[in-house]
Design a protein around this ligand. Structure first.
Ligand code: ARG
Length: 402
């Protein structure tokens, strides 16, 4: 009996070619799996396509809610922006997809799993380490990493094997989920050139956005967004709604010079409307309710969490260690943040919280204040003591040299 390989299947050209490639070059039967993390593809059509390419069985798993609850929400709590810009959208979904691959492989008694990642990116790292952590004995095959086919050769192979290539097959490599859209390749590889309008799907160009600003109020509970404009929404619905609203105003376009784990610098384009809004709002609310010491310390923890996730170490125990700290701080992160969306721009214009540490009686420049300004003189004396002392000494030494 032939072996069976479980393939993570997107329905795109690469993974369609992989079905045939694995059947022929590895002499193996193929079972395909598509995990729905909100990429907005037609799952029925994907299943049909897989079946038409002769797979033994096809699985579709709706993991949207799990994705938002267990991956996106922790990222919001960690203010996750890799290198200050990228909301790690693709990175967040990979370990979830990998865990579903392991689950199906185990249920089916399959000994090998395959993915379509190249040897140049971060995704191979995320898939391989997650799979290895969950099922050390599972064999991982990544044919694209080994095959060395050019795009033209790949298309030739596809044609020879009856794989349909639609004239609309995109020249770009695109990865989508609820948290964002990543777009690479083609003309985007010249970082000096502005991305053409055709690469964007979720956002309008700012110049074509409505002439009137829109205000959106986001409510947070325990660091997690739970309502928009006073309406409670489920996790998936909330992200979908915000993607639409912010996208309509051209908010969430990101053009990033990124450092991949393998050392390559790459120019990446993202569309992350909901992520852009929620991360900005969450960070603002944290600054309202956490102490200065917490805010500054947490920035280091957040950066470490984001680095782990970006570099494929979702399964490292350090992630959960860091989350223990992060979650403790989030108890107080509740309240409302009002943002203003206008022509590609996003601004937080108001916030309120029952846990706010802001005290107008302290902060006001009015005469009527509870802040005792006479304390400041002595405070400054001591705060600056080491600095003023060292400068006095420096002056003295300079005087001695002359
Ligand atoms: N550079 C991003 C990351 O490493 C996006 C990768 C997108 N993947 C793709 N197949 N287009 O997370």
């Amino acid at each position: 009996m032939k072996d069976t390989t479980l393939l993570a299947y997107s329905g795109g050209l690469d993974t369609s070619v992989l079905i045939k490639w694995i059947q022929q070059k590895y002499d193996s039967e193929v079972i395909t799996l598509t995990v729905d993390v909100g990429q907005q593809n037609d799952l029925k059509a994907i299943e049909k396509k897989a079946k038409s390419l002769g797979v033994k069985k096809h699985y579709s798993i709706d993991a949207k809610e799990e994705f938002v609850t267990n991956h996106v929400f922790p990222a919001i709590k960690a203010n996750a922006l890799y290198e200050g810009k990228y909301p790690v959208s693709t990175a967040l979904a990979r370990p979830l997809i990998a865990s579903k691959m392991v689950k199906i492989a185990e249920e089916e008694g399959i000994k090998a799993v395959a993915h379509g990642c190249t040897g140049k990116g971060n995704d191979q790292v995320r898939f391989d380490i997650t799979i290895k952590s969950l099922a050390p004995r599972l064999k991982i095959i990544a044919p694209v990493r080994e095959w060395g086919l050019t795009r033209d050769e790949e298309i030739k192979f596809a044609k020879a094997n009856g794989i349909q290539i639609s004239p609309t097959t995109s020249p770009y490599s695109i990865d989508q989920n609820l948290w964002g859209r990543s777009i690479e390749c083609g003309v985007l590889e010249d970082p000096s050139h502005e991305p053409p309008e055709e690469v964007f799907e979720w956002t309008v160009p700012p110049e074509k956005a409505p002439d009137k600003p829109e205000y959106v109020t986001i409510e947070f509970e325990g660091g997690i967004p739970c309502a928009i404009n006073g309406e409670n929404l489920n996790p998936v619905g909330l992200i979908q709604t915000l993607n639409k609203i912010a996208g309509k105003h051209g908010v969430g376009r990101i053009d990033h010079m990124e450092d991949r784990l393998v050392g390559i610098k790459s120019r990446e384009i993202y569309e992350c409307p909901a992520a852009t809004v929620l991360l900005e709002a969450h960070k603002d609310l944290e600054k309202t309710v956490l102490t200065r010491h917490e805010v500054l310390f947490k920035q280091q923890i957040d950066a470490q969490w984001t680095f782990l996730v970006y570099t494929g170490l979702w399964m490292d125990p350090l992630r959960e260690d860091l989350e223990a700290f992060i979650n403790k701080t989030q108890d107080r992160v509740c309240g409302e943040v009002k943002v203003k969306l206008y022509k590609g721009g996003l601004q937080v214009v108001g916030r309120s919280s029952p846990m706010s540490l802001y005290d107008v009686n302290l902060a006001t420049y009015d005469i009527q204040t509870t802040f005792d300004q006479s304390c400041s003189k002595g405070f400054i004396e001591l705060w600056g003591l080491p600095t003023t002392m060292s400068n006095i000494l420096k002056k003295k030494k300079e005087g001695e040299k002359k």
